[in-house]
Design a protein around this ligand. Structure first.
Ligand SMILES: Cc1cc2nc3c(=O)[nH]c(=O)nc-3n(C[C@H](O)[C@H](O)[C@H](O)COP(=O)(O)OP(=O)(O)OC[C@H]3O[C@@H](n4cnc5c(N)ncnc54)[C@H](O)[C@@H]3O)c2cc1C
Length: 303
């Protein structure tokens, strides 16, 4: 990393109170526990600090990569020459409830927003139970389980590459299956969800029941990135079924293993490398293609 850039980033973090880590270790910063280190891991204290960071990088022709909880991102082995930004300061995690509307920072975990809404007797978000992402990552990916983020989000506060911020209504965004029209250069800072009034006790029971059910279907107690492949369009079989029918459950490369519980999950048994993981991803994709002639598209992001 260029010394001058490092000095500028140190100055910026000292000015606002954020954190700039150089050579940050990545495995502990991702749900799958894989990766080497990153040139820079930057945690801005507030939107103004993030705006100045964006402007500084844009002037240099560089771009920051937003990382939520990295529950859908595979980091590479070795040194990642990138500036990773994480919205983990408290300012980006605030949750406010007004009537049946919940406004939340993009860095808040989905779990904390679901709890806050259910405790307030508001229904809707509990359909996203067990998704270990942040609000920002869930909107960008249009995450879903019993319901999808796009069913509930009303508007988002977006910062563009120049550091300008604007509220964007849902009608001005497009959402698809595990996809949203937000540009890779745009960052979600806040989101507003419109919910419905419900019965607290029933909501809590539903949350418990759905989480239990998810636990029986998915290896939530193991390190993974969730579903590796999107379900192929136009056929009734899901990717997990195709992988299972191709006899790939339990397939392994090093410590990366196709889960016996849910064939679309690849788990890190401990000490897996990104290279192992990707070799296994390709083995599974190839195996399904050879058996069914279907080329599955990856859901996870590979940096
Ligand atoms: C055990 C397990 C179970 C899972 N179950 C489900 C499930 O049921 N349904 C489902 O849909 N997914 C599931 N996932 C996948 C994953 O949790 C979701 O995709 C989640 O929404 C990703 O959020 P994140 O904060 O971890 O984002 P990350 O993985 O950090 O990032 C994902 C993408 O979002 C971008 N991003 C992150 N934050 C922002 C932001 N503030 N502004 C703009 N872009 C941003 C990143 O740059 C990246 O492109 C599961 C994962 C695991 C490990």
């Amino acid at each position: 990393m260029d010394k001058k850039i490092k000095e500028e980033l140190k100055k910026l973090s000292a000015k606002y109170g954020g954190t700039a880590l150089f050579g940050a270790s990545l495995p502990s910063r991702s749900t799958v526990g894989i990766g080497g280190s990153a040139d820079v891991w930057y945690e801005p204290f507030c939107p103004e600090e993030f705006r100045d960071l964006k402007r500084f990088l844009t002037d240099l022709g560089k771009r920051a990569v937003l990382i939520g909880n990295a529950s859908n991102i595979l980091f590479p082995d070795g040194r990642l020459k990138a500036i990773l930004v994480n919205l983990s300061s408290d300012v980006f995690k605030e949750i406010n409830i007004d009537g049946a509307t919940i406004t939340t920072g993009a860095g808040a975990s989905l779990g904390s927003v679901i709890s806050a809404s259910v405790n307030a007797g508001l229904s809707g978000l509990e359909g996203l139970v067990g998704i270990p992402g942040t609000v920002g990552g869930a909107i960008k990916m249009n995450a879903g389980y019993k319901s999808s983020v796009s069913d509930l989000v009303e508007r988002v506060l977006v910062m563009d590459s120049t550091g300008s911020m604007e509220w964007r209504d849902k009608k001005d965004m497009v959402f698809g299956y595990r996809w949203s029209s937000l540009d890779d250069d745009e960052v979600i800072l806040q989101a507003v969800f419109s919910l419905k009034n419900g019965d607290k006790k029933k909501l809590r029971e539903r949350l418990k029941r759905d989480f239990k059910e998810k636990m029986t279907k998915q290896p939530l107690d193991k390190r993974s990135l969730g579903s590796i492949f999107k379900n192929p369009p136009g056929i009734s079989r899901k990717s997990a079924e195709l992988i299972d029918m191709a006899g790939l459950k339990g397939a392994r490369e090093g410590a990366a293993v196709v889960s016996e519980k849910h064939a679309n999950f690849i788990i890190n048994e401990g000490g897996a490398y990104a290279e192992d993981y990707m070799r296994l991803v390709e083995k599974v994709r190839q195996g399904v293609f050879e058996k069914f002639g279907i080329l599955m598209e990856m859901e996870i992001k590979v940096l």
